[in-house]
Design a protein around this ligand. Structure first.
Ligand code: ZN
Length: 317
């Protein structure tokens, strides 16, 4: 079963390795490096049809260096990811429909507006380079909003609202996955295309990165969609020993809130350091599919794997 995966952090790993190369450390080969959960061969083995690649700048990077980091990650997307055989750049939502059977799609997203600060010219450049989903924050605060880990828990700033409106105009998704409660409700008010690229149900795992039931329902009501994440701390109460059954529990809970046609997967591979048993990298994805097929119809599983996203993407009604 073909998979659309809406979050991974391979670009950060590639960038860190490339920067380390000047100190004699090894660079990573996107084709087959064991250190990359999503390397190209693993994507093929796991039947990934489209992989989203996040541009993510670590919070410790000084503000005046963040744009440079973003450009380096975008460069690696073009030079390392898109150069793999039959890798196709997805630059607009219609491109999903033109992928041939042997092709894998690759799509850029942004995790945290820190990358462009308050410079909307830079944001427009990101759109031009192909960024199709924007999460306003990671866990900390920036000029657009507070992140989920920020004690203040504020909503969107005027700049944040302006960015959401620009996303709407560009048919770009606004990703709520790292927002605190207030920020999510603000996005629900202003965004035409709300989306949670990698979050789970807070009812089952009380973590700030997960969504309360009323938030989940509001997302579904507004045409938004939620992709579950395979990070054990967001899956189980104690954050350890997560299994595929835990993933199924989150899926079942989101389905009970009306999500059967509105959910999918955003693994967070290459951004997580502990793993769900039997789902340790992209090549293992069909283990999850096989477990789902024991509990859901083939149509429903096809929905979770790719069709729900295709039916919910901007511009498709
Ligand atoms: Zn994240």
């Amino acid at each position: 079963m073909k998979i659309i995966d809406t979050h991974c952090d391979a670009l950060l790993k590639l960038q860190m390795a490339k920067r380390g190369a000047s100190y004699g450390l090894e660079t990573l080969d996107y084709n087959n490096s064991e250190k990359l959960d999503t390397n190209y061969q693993r994507l093929q083995q796991g039947k990934i049809k489209v992989q989203f690649y996040a541009i993510f700048i670590e919070p410790g990077v000084p503000s005046d260096e963040k744009w440079q980091h973003a450009l380096e990650q975008i460069d690696l997307f073009y030079t390392e990811v898109l150069t793999q055989p039959n890798m196709k750049h997805i630059r607009k939502w219609e491109d999903f429909d033109t992928l041939k059977d042997d092709e894998i799609g690759a799509l850029l997203t942004l995790e945290g507006a820190d990358a462009f600060g308050n410079d909307l010219t830079k944001l427009r450049h990101l759109y031009r380079l192909g960024v199709m989903s924007i999460g306003l924050t990671w866990n900390n605060a920036n000029l657009c909003a507070d992140g989920a880990g920020e004690p203040r828990g504020g909503g969107l700033t005027s700049l944040g609202k302006e960015v959401v409106k620009m996303n709407n105009d560009q048919r770009v998704l606004t990703d709520v996955s790292h927002l605190p409660v207030k920020g999510l409700w603000d996005v629900m008010k202003y965004a035409d295309y709300p989306f949670a690229s990698h979050s789970n149900a807070r009812e089952l795992c009380d973590h700030v990165r997960n969504l309360y039931d009323d938030q989940v329902k509001a997302m579904f009501d507004k045409g938004g969609f939620i992709h579950i994440v395979f990070n054990p701390p967001f899956l189980t109460k104690d954050g350890v020993d997560a299994t595929i059954t835990d993933c199924l529990n989150h899926i079942e809970h989101l389905c009970s809130l009306g999500g059967v046609k509105k959910i999918g997967f955003g693994s967070d591979f290459d951004g997580i350091s502990t793993f769900v048993k039997d789902l340790e990298d992209s090549s293992k994805y069909q283990n999850l599919v096989n477990a789902l097929l024991k509990h859901y119809s083939e149509d429903e599983v096809r929905g979770f794997c790719h069709e729900n996203f295709l039916n919910n993407r901007p511009g498709v009604k």
